[in-house]
Write a protein that binds this ligand. Structure first.
Ligand code: CA
Length: 231
């Protein structure tokens, strides 16, 4: 199955160039020329990736990203933000919104295709289909990138899920911020250990009653409890 990508771009010429380039690279492409149309498309179809321009008429790219990352049905879909230099948002804000990568115009289509493939690899690397687990009040279906706490679904981004699974798989052990940075973000130049703290905090907040399973080890990093009842 070719990866199904949604390209959200209101500049017609750029949308044409991008969809041509991605089709040539073996992607299955759908385009949306506004934020409203992008949200409509994601309600109707399941995408593997969203390329999102920020400056859009009507609903902004920022808002589209926020809504995609808040809905359990779409929170796991990776988003690459595409923006012109000097637009109101900086990289850190992009990542705070839950975006998985960030590309500044002008860029080559080739570069964007490479970034898209890298993001897809990163997301797929963390999952094996049908791999479900249960730990105290937490339940996770890794293959589907879905999580539940006390049987209520939690909207998690692909990155947050990867972070959670890394901590979970090495439960009982302390992982340093640098280790998490390497394992979750890899070679990404724009991410610092501060982003690790922000993401861990967000995952913990989202997990509610399961949040305390992730413990802070002062001055070192984080540790997922060995057993749910450990205190
Ligand atoms: Ca635009």
């Amino acid at each position: 199955m070719p990866p199904h990508v949604l390209i959200v771009e209101d500049e017609k010429d750029l949308a044409t160039v991008l969809s041509y380039g991605f089709r040539q690279a073996g992607f299955d492409v759908v385009t949306a020329a506004s934020g409203e149309l992008a949200l409509k498309a994601t309600r109707e179809e399941r995408f593997d990736l969203v390329l999102l321009d920020l400056m859009l008429p009507g609903v902004s790219g920022t808002e589209v990203c926020r809504r995609l990352k808040q809905a359990p049905e779409t929170s796991h879909v990776p988003v690459i933000i595409v923006t012109a230099r000097g637009e109101e948002i900086d990289r850190v804000v992009g990542f705070e919104l839950g975006a998985d990568d960030y590309v500044v115009k002008p860029f080559s289509v080739r570069e964007l295709v490479l970034r898209a493939r890298a993001v897809l690899r990163r997301v797929e690397g963390g999952a094996t289909a049908g791999d479900a687990l249960r730990f105290g009040t937490l339940r996770v279906d890794r293959g589907a990138h879905r999580a539940w706490v006390d049987d209520a679904e939690v909207a998690m981004t692909a990155l947050e899920m990867k972070l959670l699974m890394l901590l979970f798989d090495r439960r009982g052990r302390v992982l340093s911020r640098d280790q998490l940075l390497d394992d979750v973000w890899g070679e990404h130049v724009d991410v610092t250990t501060r982003n690790v703290d922000t993401h861990v905090k967000r995952v913990r907040d989202k997990l509610g009653s399961a949040g305390p399973y992730i413990e802070t080890v002062r001055g070192v990093g984080y540790r997922f409890r060995a057993t749910p009842d450990e205190s």
